[in-house]
Design a protein around this ligand. Sequence first.
Ligand code: HAM
Length: 417
Amino acid sequence: MSSYLPPPGTSDIFADEIPRWNFIESSAQKVFSLYGYGEIRTPIFEYSEVFKKSIGQDTEVVQKEMYSFEDRGGRELTLRPEGTAGVMRALMKTEAPNGVETRVYYLGPMFRGERPAAGRKRQFHQVGVENVGKISPEHDAECITMLIHFLEELKITGSKLLINTRGAEEDKAASEKALRDYFQNFVPSMCPDCKERFNKNIWRILDCKIQECQEPIKNAPDVKEFFTQTSKDYFNKVVDLLRQQGIEFEIDRRLVRGLDYYQHTVFEITHSGLGGQNAIAGGGRYAIAVPGSSKYITGVGFAAGMERLIMVQDALKVQLPINTPEFVFIASLGQVAKEKNFLLASELRKKGINVLMELEDKSMKAQMRSASKSNVTKVLIRGDDEIARNVIILKDMKTGNQTEVAYSEIINSLKQV
Ligand code: HAM
């Protein structure tokens, strides 16, 4: 450790920023509960297998980005790079096999060892949802609708919804063959990652951003053409339900998403206010294998990056309906008054009043200076004389008016002014 800076790609979040985080969290709670979702909290680390099996061995997240370690008991553990795998692990042990619908949302830190950049962090925060157990285009469309609703609640305008389908398990062979047949002539001139993807994860070639790969990708076949009619109908229905609601979107045949568990609908929300890392949310339908059985559990969900949501709100200069708390400041003249005021402060706080007071011995002038710096609307002043007469001075900081009130009337007076 060379300084007191946090490790690269991580940040401290200070009190003045917290209201914005709270706003996102409370908006998530508000919107998702309208759709019947309840919160789930799963561990921040899991057995590494949980991620390897769900996300896929050949994905970039598993290959290059996981924070994995062995604990003192020799267990192979990983800090969660995303929420879906852990949530599915948790639901599998409870009552959520296929057929029983479970709706959950989660919030919290995720960890990926990516190269830090604006909007790309090693510890970032996601708010995510999973609707597990049932499969229908209506579920997918409702999930996307809820994401749009959430962004509206956050006052994020100007985002773009991209949508595509990865088809079902039975569509894989034909569509991968079509991609392989097409790309085999181009692969020698493509980037090293695409060369690897050609053998391991051919769909991901479509997602490559490297310049030399763009020309072949542009003319690649649309894999949807190779899907069964059932899968095509499924996707068309999702798209139709979005259209009926007036939700704007773009079908992006290059959108494949970076995690292997996806099947059928995939989607992403991008925003031009973000620069390079322009995805604010992503998700889709997935199928995850139940360990030790041949069964899969399906679900549909998404996650949004909280740092990126805040960046977009900043770019849009969104005014949030955040109430900054107002304070009463108690100023003391003399030691006896200070001790009594210390007790008064506790009493008022227990009645729900925000109170600040100078705990060190400071002159009245210094105390009033502190009172004018903070978000203080009223000041209570008490010295020996006020104690003897059982009164207190109440100063309204907005008008400058000063009145004397009976000690027993403090609470009423604070409420009135
Ligand atoms: P994801 O696309 O990997 O999907 O991540 C979702 C969102 O998390 C991204 O759109 C982005 O806003 C944010 N994010 C990802 N990586 C970073 C990073 N390094 N720094 C800052 N923000 C980042 C998933 O994680 C899936 N589990 C979503 C899902 C849920 N699919 C189905 N259910």
